[in-house]
Design a protein around this ligand. Structure first.
Ligand SMILES: *[C@@H]1O[C@H](CO)[C@@H](O)[C@H](O)[C@H]1NC(C)=O
Ligand SMILES: *[C@@H]1O[C@H](CO)[C@@H](O)[C@H](O)[C@H]1NC(C)=O
Ligand SMILES: *[C@@H]1O[C@H](CO)[C@@H](O)[C@H](O)[C@H]1NC(C)=O
Ligand SMILES: *[C@@H]1O[C@H](CO)[C@@H](O)[C@H](O)[C@H]1NC(C)=O
Ligand SMILES: *[C@@H]1O[C@H](CO)[C@@H](O)[C@H](O)[C@H]1NC(C)=O
Length: 412
């Protein structure tokens, strides 16, 4: 589906005949048209996986980490997946990318170069997240420490810390891949940048802290890179801009400083994201009951699709959903039913031209990286009732959708 259709877009270029309209974007960057992703006039649907571990694993040459990355990409491509979401950061103690502000490990960067190169070979596009809200792999806490501060939420407000983050953004976007020779910002293998994995903050001033930070940082990304889409990294909680929507937040979670609607209305944000974790999000009582989980999943996705269709008017991508073997009552069959439920909602939206254009589960694991499993790992085991089979079916259903061509206006 991400393939070039040269003859087709040649014809469209003739038909449209307006050079401000860019039907035939031969550079291969995905754009948006309203609630749809578009490449070369074709709508793009996404079926993919998370694999946060790819950069550090590829950097671990001592234990053939690159072969592990290749295996995962090959297995993903074999079931028709076309997107992966990965970490483009590590300020932690273990195989750090950024050792201290502005001091990068060239070996770890070469690991990321390899992931980008190899994903390109397997026609899998990358959503690259630029920092973590949480402490795993460093995150906002480490940035704040670097500035001599102790309150993690100062990540979003302190000017010195914001400058550290901007420096990281610039370093990533202008990195020259040592294998392909391409600057990251010019590489169509990258689908989008994600500002931060799951931003949250304590905000007693009505969600303005994150709103301001997102606006400032998305604008900064766009000032360097006009090729790629940008998303925030949100889980999808509703906030004060539309209080009647907060009933959809799981188990009485307050907005946690975010606001799905107003955050995604920022013009520099190209598409919206949500995550789905019924096991950990719902109160114990409801989370152990399948019917309540199912009802939550349907309402949670449904509400966000409605908002993206009619208020935000941008595509919606489910960038994390998963079921962990560490929760009571887990079985592979239950996980597969959960995946199928999410996939069906995505497909129903996609086939009717709606805003929900894909899903990216948490998380793909090969046999070897499974040793570091977090309970959510999905192996591409072949067989009639496997998750791999479900994934392959979803890829093929989305690939077979047919719509009239859409144009996209070029970035400038
Ligand atoms: C960068 O980090 C490395 C590894 O800790 C260290 O050896 C090097 O001196 C640092 N460089 C700078 C400029 O801080
Ligand atoms: C958030 O607020 C709570 C309650 O006031 C406090 O306990 C917690 O330390 C705060 N966390 C951050 C990261 O500011
Ligand atoms: C992992 O590899 C071992 C040894 O090659 C094999 O016995 C096992 O079935 C594999 N597990 C999975 C989940 O693929
Ligand atoms: C696969 O699942 C179907 C429906 O749940 C069941 O009837 C069938 O026996 C399963 N097949 C295998 C090989 O487990
Ligand atoms: C989307 O595509 C339609 C049909 O090709 C076109 O008329 C419209 O201008 C496009 N809108 C945007 C925002 O690119």
């Amino acid at each position: 589906m991400l393939n070039m259709l040269p003859f087709f877009f040649f014809l469209l270029t003739l038909l449209v005949g307006n050079n401000r309209i860019c039907v035939a974007d031969k550079t291969g960057f995905v754009r948006t048209n309203g609630t749809q992703f578009v490449l070369n006039g074709e709508r793009v649907y996404l079926n993919g996986f998370n694999a946060y571990w790819m950069m550090t694993t590829a950097a671990d040459t001592a234990s053939s980490g690159r072969a592990t990355v290749t295996t995962a990409l090959r297995q993903a491509s074999a079931v028709g997946m076309n997107v992966a979401r990965i970490w483009g950061f590590n300020e932690g103690d273990y195989i750090p990318l950024q050792i201290s502000p502005g001091n990068y490990s060239e070996d770890v960067f070469k690991g990321l170069d390899f992931v980008v190169f190899e994903a390109g070979r397997y026609k899998i596009k990358l959503i690259i997240s630029l920092v973590n809200n949480f402490e795993d792999y460093g995150g906002k806490r480490k940035y704040v420490e670097w500035a001599g501060l102790s309150e993690p939420d100062e990540f979003y407000t302190n000017s010195g810390v914001k400058q550290f983050y901007k420096n990281h953004v610039k370093t990533m976007l202008t990195r020259k891949n040592t294998i392909t020779g391409r600057i990251y910002k010019d590489d169509p293998t990258i689908f989008s940048w994600e500002l931060i994995n799951e931003p949250r903050c304590n905000d007693s001033t009505g969600s303005t802290i994150l709103q301001n930070w997102i606006k400032e940082m998305a604008t900064y990304v766009k000032s360097i890179d006009s090729n790629h889409l940008v998303e925030i990294g949100l889980e999808g909680f509703y906030g004060e801009s539309k209080p009647e929507r907060t009933v959809y937040n799981p188990g009485g979670i307050t907005s946690l400083g975010t606001d799905f609607i107003s955050n995604n209305q920022i013009p520099e944000i190209d598409f919206a994201t949500i995550h789905i974790y019924p096991d950990s999000w719902l109160p114990l009582q409801s989370s152990s009951r399948t019917e309540e989980q199912d009802a939550f999943v349907d309402k949670w996705i449904g509400a966000h699709i409605e908002d993206c269709d009619s208020i935000i008017k941008k595509p919606l991508l489910i960038t994390e959903f998963g079921k962990s073997s560490k929760f009571p009552g887990f079985s592979l069959e239950k996980r597969n039913k959960f995946f199928k439920r999410v996939y069906d909602v995505i497909y129903d939206s996609a086939r009717t031209g709606g805003s929900c254009t894909g899903g990216v589960f948490w998380q793909l694991t090969t046999n070897r990286t499974g040793l570091l499993g977090d309970g959510y790992e999905v192996f591409m085991k072949q067989g009639p009732n496997t998750t791999a089979r479900l994934i392959a079916e979803q890829s093929s259903k989305l690939r077979d959708l047919k719509f009239p061509p859409l144009v996209t206006h070029s970035a400038e």
